[in-house]
Design a protein around this ligand. Structure first.
Ligand code: ARG
Length: 435
């Protein structure tokens, strides 16, 4: 039986095709659907569309449903289309006619909109927390290994001395930029669409500021059409931010694969964190970082997928929008999984502190030696030439002395400045976010 049934039921194939795996996906929206309903009926009571005792009865029944959800016992029944129908069905089952009053002044279109906003707001907070943990880990590794030099490359040719401190710290700071995008996505998400109903508002005098406050949104989508348009746009903003983080993480995963390779040997992991080969007995493969790289690369296609799904849709609700859930739900989960896995792996990383002493890295120090001559008064071009000739004639011997002091260099990682920058952006994601 459908909420919208007026006698006849749709064909079974039509039903299966249009519902798809919505029943499964919508379970993730259950808690938010109840929260949205609670706010909506409190508002309905305040404008006289529900009596006080009806509100209390409905709120009590909704709290019980919330309990079922929290206990993990919640399912969407066969033949029930979606989460919105399931909750309304449960209410009417428990309360009869009072349950049927809940839907005044709203449509499933703004109901799913508000559910998704609340869902994505929470997901963004979880992503922020996972990024925060990885950031701390990278900063702490950066400090631990600030004196351990490693080769720096350009064109994948050895170039100048770098350090493990600089390398770890680079990814920490890069995540700060990604968090700026996540924070923008959070602001776009954190607006109330409820009250837009089917996409054109309602003739009831809905108090939209009240539901905004009750659901702790920072603001509302004022124009009801703009509220409906935010479906797809919000997901896309979230996907852009996910893509930025995934790009940073995927890049790091690539470094790990390369640096774990025997030809580099910069870092290693205990055997339990690597995988073996069915034929080559010696193998200790970096599969975790390969899977991470692959997943992060795939995550960067999510915003494109959303763009294509939503391109040039007619204004107003269209059922195509339902498919957004299929794209964005797994994306937030995968990103969090990758971030947490990276943090887990880094807790066990072993750094080869002596790598720089290998003679194949001798030429890393040519610029240091040129600069030393410059400090002694030799013009740069002359010093450059002298060292260049030593290299060409096989006479170059590095002094291996490195002294970098300026902001952001090997000897001055500026970790606390980077941390302050991260703290500023992190403070925008409140736990219950009243902003
Ligand atoms: N499952 C639907 C979705 O995600 C819910 C909204 C249905 N609205 C409608 N007019 N058929 O979009």
């Amino acid at each position: 039986m459908k909420l919208w049934s007026k006698g006849s039921e749709p064909d079974r194939l039509i039903e299966e095709f249009t519902v798809g795996n919505d029943r499964q996906l919508d379970r993730r929206l259950a808690r938010y659907d109840v929260e949205g309903s609670m706010a909506h009926i409190k508002m309905l009571e305040s404008i006289g569309l529900l009596k006080r005792d009806e509100l209390d009865t409905l709120l009590k029944a909704l709290s019980e449903i919330l309990q079922v959800i929290d206990n993990g016992d919640f399912t969407i029944g066969e033949g029930i289309e979606d989460i919105h129908s399931q909750i309304e069905f449960m209410l009417t089952e428990r309360l009869g006619d009072i349950g049927k009053k809940i839907h005044s002044g709203r449509s499933r279109n703004d109901q799913v909109l508000v559910d998704l906003k609340l869902f994505m707001r929470d997901e963004l907070r979880k992503i922020a927390a996972s990024v925060g943990r990885l950031f701390e880990r990278l900063q702490s590794l950066s400090e631990t290994y600030k004196d351990a030099l490693m080769p720096g490359y350009t064109h994948l040719q050895i170039a100048m001395p770098s350090s493990f401190g600089l390398w770890f710290g680079a990814y920490a700071e890069s995540l700060v930029d990604d968090m700026q995008l996540l924070s923008a996505a959070y602001d776009i998400t954190n607006q109330n669409p409820l009250g837009s109903a089917a996409g054109y508002g309602s003739s009831f005098p809905l108090d939209r500021r009240k539901t905004t406050e009750l659901l702790h949104f920072a603001d509302l989508h004022y124009n009801v059409i703009a509220a409906q348009m935010s479906r797809g746009k919000t997901e896309r903003a979230v996907a852009f931010a996910i893509s930025a983080i995934a790009s940073t993480l995927g890049h790091f995963a690539m470094d790990m694969c390369m640096y774990m390779c025997q030809n580099f040997g910069f870092v290693s992991l205990p055997d339990e964190f690597t995988t073996g080969s069915s034929i080559m007995p010696h193998k200790k493969n970096p599969d975790v970082f390969e899977i991470m790289r692959g997943k992060c690369n795939r995550l960067q296609s999510v915003s494109n997928e959303i763009a294509l799904l939503t391109a040039n849709l007619p204004l107003g609700y269209n059922r195509d929008l339902q498919l957004l859930k299929d794209i964005i739900f797994p994306a937030t989960t995968t990103l969090i999984e990758c971030l947490d896995m990276c943090d887990f792996m880094l807790a066990h990383i072993r750094v080869n502190r002596d790598i720089i002493n290998d003679s194949k890295y001798d030429y890393l120090f040519t610029v240091e030696d040129v600069n030393r001559m410059v400090l002694d008064g030799v013009p740069f071009r002359e010093a450059y030439k002298t060292v260049g000739i030593q290299v060409n004639e096989g006479r170059y011997r590095p002094t291996r002395k490195v002294s970098h002091t300026h902001i952001g260099s090997i000897g001055n990682l500026s970790s606390s400045d980077i941390k302050a920058k991260m703290d500023r952006v992190m403070s925008k994601f409140g736990p219950e976010s009243n902003k």
